[in-house]
Ligand binder design. Structure first.
Ligand code: ADP
Ligand code: MG
Length: 264
């Protein structure tokens, strides 16, 4: 009996360690993929940016010269729109190749959420999505790169809006966890994800959106930025009910004591 129990126990240990190995293996694959994309992006972006600049530049010149009501207005506008989209994609891809540490500054998460909400208002309104904020009061500033954090918020929110074509609620919230870490959450009441989609969302170029709608780079970018900040991202999703993406950032360093020491 004792031997059977001992065997069962060692079996459990083995199972756990295999599972752990599988996780590490997947993380390594993910890192290798990101590195490959980074190299590819650095090389391609430069080559593509120059011809794109020419296309967009002459496109704009053409657009200015078109007479009122010209039948060429629509095709020229399309050329410019799609050219711009390519340029945005190149910019997104370039973030992967910037391996150096981003410049950190104190960032007020609540202010960032409020600023980002403004950017989302027009689209949310068109889709009949209600925007909500739940901000923790007196949040200490977090050490982060503001532009990159904004990119994280915008990418997560864009996905949330994409998941709610028939309307819903998008809630952006900030929180201070018990251990001092700060959390930034983007919650939607949209489509949610089945497990086989959920398993791949952080992979570069993974998208379930139709051609021309998604690049599949949004979440891998988010992952890259959050990791660079020493944070992590958790996903909770229920099919047909919605998704919560929670970004956790390291606890801010304690504020230096200022002013005069208190009187005894
Ligand atoms: P893209 O938005 O270009 O498709 P992302 O990397 O941003 O690429 O997202 C990858 C995929 O993850 C999406 O195509 C979608 O299937 C899924 N996804 C991400 N966020 C959500 C969400 N809030 N609700 C449902 N599905 C999501
Ligand atoms: Mg996206």
């Amino acid at each position: 009996d004792a031997r059977t129990r001992a065997l069962e126990e060692s079996n459990q240990v083995l199972k756990a360690s295999l599972e752990r190995q599988r996780e590490i293996h997947e993380q390594l694959l993910q890192t290798a993929k990101l590195a490959a994309v980074g190299q590819l992006a650095a090389g391609l972006a430069h080559e593509i940016n120059n011809p794109l600049g020419v296309i967009i530049g002459f496109g704009q010149a053409l657009q200015r010269r078109l007479p009122e009501g010209s039948p060429l207005a629509m095709p020229v506008a399309s050329i410019l729109r799609e050219g711009q989209r390519c340029r945005d994609m190149v910019t997104e891809m370039l973030t992967f190749s910037r391996r150096s540490k981003p410049v950190m500054e104190p960032v007020d998460l609540n202010a960032l959420v409020t600023a980002t909400t403004v950017l989302l208002e027009t689209r949310a309104c068109q889709q009949r999505v209600v925007l909500k904020q739940a901000l923790a009061p007196q949040l200490p500033p977090v050490s982060a790169n503001k532009n990159q954090l904004q990119q994280v918020l915008v990418n997560l929110s864009t996905n949330a809006l994409d998941a709610m074509p028939q309307g819903g609620t998008l809630t952006l919230s900030t929180r201070r966890l018990d251990d001092g870490r700060l959390s930034l959450q983007v919650a939607d009441t949209g489509s949610g994800m089945p497990p086989d989609v959920r398993a791949h969302i952080f992979e570069p170029f993974f998208t379930t959106k139709e051609l021309g709608k998604g690049t599949g780079l949004g979440l891998s970018l988010v992952y890259e930025i959050v990791t660079q900040h020493g944070g992590r991202i958790d996903v909770e999703s229920a099919e047909g009910r919605g998704t919560v993406m929670a970004v956790q950032l390291p606890a801010p360093a304690p504020a230096p004591l200022t002013g005069r020491p208190a009187l005894q």
